[in-house]
Each structure stands twice: as C-alpha cells, then as structure tokens.
Design a binder for this molecule. Structure first.
Ligand code: PLP
Length: 372
C-alpha cells in the first residue's frame, strides 16, 4: 500500500512504539497511586506533558491530556461558554472548521447560545474585516483552526486572537493539523492538539490553556489533571504522545523540507489537468487537495485500492455528502465530488508519491475515456 492519507492519521513512529512498549508490557501501575510504581508512571506522564508543551512552543500555560482532540475541543467550547460572563453568549467560528468544533457549536446553538459562522474566500482564508465586524461585547469565544484538515489552508491565528481579545473574548485554536508542521503563533488562549496526527498513538489529545483561561470541567470524577479533567491517565499513550511531540520538535525543519520536496514532485507529475483547491501559498504543503473536471473521485478511490487517499476529508468520505469545506470555498457539488486529497509526510518517499500520482492520473484518464 502507498499511504497518502496523512491528514486522517499518521503512521506511528518506531521511536514512539518503543517508548510505549514497557507501559503495556509490565508497567501497569495507576499513575495516580502513591506507590513507587505509581510515582514512576506519574513521572513519565510529567515528562510527556513537558514534551507536548515544548512542541506547542508557547510561553506559560498548562497542558491537560484528554482522550482525543475532539474531547479537547468539546471541553474548550462548552467549558468556556459555561464560564463566560453574563451577557456573553455568542461564539464566532468559521465555516471550514472541523466537525468537532462546528457540531459542538451547533449543539450549543440548540441550548440558547448564539453561533456566528463566518464564510471564507475562494482561497479558504478568513477575512479579518468580516471577523472584526462580527465581534462585539456579546462574544465569549472565537474558534478558528490553524491548518485546515481538508485543504491545508493556514488561518492568521495571531491576528484573529488579537481581534478576539480586543472584543474581550477568548480565542480557541484547533492546532491538530498544525502541531509539528507549522509554528503555532502566539495569541490563542486555548489550543487543541492530537497525538495520532504527529506519528503518536490514537486515543490521546491535549488542551493547552493559558493561565486564567481554563474552561469549566467537561468530565467530572477523581479530580485528575489539575482537577478539571477527571479520569485515570494512560502512561502508555501519554508517553507515546510525548515521544511523538519530541520527535516533531527535533525534526520540524527536516520534515518541512521533505514535505516541500514531495509537494514540488507531486505538482510536477500532476500537470495542468488538475486544479489545487484552496490557497497555494497560505498552506501546509503536505496537503494536496486537487480536482479534475468531470472526475468521479469515489470511483477513482475504488479503482486504486492499493493507494490510500481520501475524498475531501476522512469524515466526509463515508457520508456521501460533499465536503462542507469544499462547498465553503465556492466549489459546486460536482466539483467537490471531483476532488481528492493526497496527504503525505515524514515517511513518504518521493518515488512512491510520484508513482501513486502517475497511477492516479492514468486511472483518471481511463475513467474519462482518454489515452493514458
Ligand atoms: N481537528 C482537526 C483539524 C482534525 O483534523 C481532527 C482529526 O481528524 C480533529 C480535530 C479531531 O482529532 P481526534 O481524532 O484526536 O479526535
């Protein structure tokens, strides 16, 4: 298989698997127990917390581990709204956010909160003037992602955070696709990240919180994680996340150069029949979301079963609905259904990417009755 679905998930780094092994094989103590073994596990979790904090790269703040970034985003949104001052009952977000943000906002919308979903331009970028106009003293939270999971477009997080703060609101950044790939700009009060997008294990995410911006608890219980996110932590997944974060920090430049080389090679091979969806420049280049006139993307995926790639997004792929992100950048249903997403990164070789792109081109030609 040639794996080109790095936005859905990434292969676990060998170093991460090695780090996790002792914690599943023999070291099973509860990290919240006072025994020597419990304290050893707790210490390993604190090392991991530091590694994740360093990869996020901002001064101050605290990291709480969660079961996923979806949980971190639910917690940040629901817990911030619960804590918001009286009269501040509005959330401002963007049409191209992940379902973990949009569906949480929609749920709150049905419980008496107001939600403003800002549009994006054809390039997928948020218009800061529109954001400024949407902000007033009724807004408690502004939620904008760093790197889009479907089209890789990068939003101006520092500017968004400054505008949110001018209006007296908090700013939440979904940095799931940004961590380890682009620098996380300063400014956000809450940042959600996930291990499995940076070559770590599934089933663990984290919420970085600026001091004073901690949301009310979403999960109540034993009072773990500073008393605001209960539940016994898994030393295995925490240690895996920590190692993945450490590698991401150490390899950031090398990974970025490698991805840039892959992007150039893929674009060269694709040729002029394909159009890139979203901005070319304000973009993480490990995400190549492309379309071709008249293509049946679903059929293409089933024609090429040994290449793992995606329709607009992993979530939209199974639903049969055209991606909300591709619709938001102005694509018609037909154009959205002619789009595929190729995601690549640290372990992708140029040779396999070019060979996959060549086969994708040939299969598209065959589908459209053109000579290969
Ligand atoms: N936000 C973005 C941008 C994502 O790409 C994803 C995963 O697809 C999530 C949030 C949810 O992350 P998790 O899988 O850790 O729940």
């Amino acid at each position: 298989m040639i794996y080109l679905d790095y936005q859905a998930t990434t292969p676990v780094a060998p170093e991460v698997a090695e780090t996790m092994k002792p914690w599943i094989e023999g070291k099973f103590a509860n990290p919240h127990s006072p025994s020597r073994w419990g304290r050893e596990a707790a210490a390993a979790i604190e090392v991991a917390r530091k590694q994740v904090t360093q990869a996020i790269g901002l001064d101050g703040g605290n990291v709480a581990f969660t079961g996923s970034a979806t949980e971190a985003l639910n917690w940040a949104i629901k817990g911030s709204m619960e804590k918001a001052q009286k009269g501040r009952n509005r959330i401002v977000t963007v049409a191209t956010e992940h379902a973990a943000v949009l569906d949480t906002c929609e749920w709150l919308g049905g419980s008496g909160y107001d939600v403003t979903r800002l549009p994006v331009g054809l390039d997928g970028r948020l218009n800061l003037d529109q954001l400024r106009q949407a902000l007033d003293e009724s807004v408690a939270l502004v939620a904008v992602m760093l790197v889009n999971n479907e089209i890789g477009v990068i939003q101006p997080i520092a500017e968004v955070a400054a505008l949110a703060h001018d209006a007296g609101a908090l700013m939440l950044c979904d940095a799931v696709q940004g961590l380890g790939r682009v620098l996380i700009p300063n400014g956000a009060d809450l940042i959600a990240v996930s291990a499995h997008k940076i070559h770590g294990p599934k089933g663990i995410g984290a919420l970085w919180m600026r001091e004073g911006a901690e949301p009310s608890p979403l999960i109540h219980g034993g009072g773990q994680e500073m008393g605001i996110r209960s539940g016994t932590l898994s030393p295995m997944t925490c240690a895996g996340f920590g190692e993945a974060a450490k590698l991401a920090s150490e390899r950031r430049d090398a990974d970025r150069e490698h991805v840039q080389q892959l992007w150039n090679a893929a674009l060269d091979e694709l040729g002029p029949d394909w159009i890139v969806n979203g901005s070319l420049d304000d973009r993480y280049h490990g995400n190549l979301n492309i379309r071709r006139e008249g293509l049946d993307a679903t059929r293409l995926i089933s024609d090429l079963r040994d290449i793992a790639f995606s329709l607009g997004s992993a979530c939209a792929s199974g639903s049969g609905r055209p991606s909300h992100v591709l619709r938001a950048i102005g694509l018609t249903d037909r154009e959205a259904r002619s789009s595929i997403r190729l995601g690549f990164g640290r372990y992708t070789t140029e040779e396999e990417l070019v060979s996959a792109v060549r086969r994708i081109g040939a299969a598209a030609n065959a589908q459209q009755g053109l000579a290969a």
